[in-house]
Write a new protein. Structure first.
Length: 123
């Protein structure tokens, strides 16, 4: 791509980051709205800690929870979208630097991406 330069890359990265943050905040806001709608008049026991249900710790259940309209599942998916946004930015940087044929920055971006993915998987 002859017209792909640093200025265009920065512009596309900005669009990617804005899109990711807007999507994540929209999903979290929808989940928060549904949560408040379902639990608006619940009495809160501040002396007793109630952990999240175990079902929310399994990724396979998030899609089922979202299909049911479960507010907690929507909030979790929104937070994961927010976490995925900078990871997508680094993945985009790998592709962009590869298109520019800048091997050093491709290697650096791949190392950063590997560290992010490893930390997310094993953290």
């Amino acid at each position: 791509m002859a017209d792909f330069n640093d200025e265009r890359m920065e512009s596309l990265m900005g669009i990617l980051l804005r899109f990711g943050v807007v999507c994540a905040s929209t999903v979290v806001l929808a989940g928060g709205f549904y949560f408040l709608q379902d639990h608006a008049f619940d009495f809160v026991h501040y002396r007793t800690f109630t952990p999240h249900p175990v079902i929310l710790r399994h990724p396979g259940e998030w899609a089922a929870g979202m299909a049911r309209g479960d507010a907690a599942s929507l909030i979790i998916v929104g937070i994961l979208l927010l976490i995925a946004t900078p990871i997508a930015r680094v993945a985009f940087a790998v592709v962009a630097f590869a298109l520019e044929r800048d091997r050093l920055y491709v290697a650096i971006s791949l190392v950063v991406l590997a560290v992010l993915v490893w930390g997310l998987a094993h953290g």
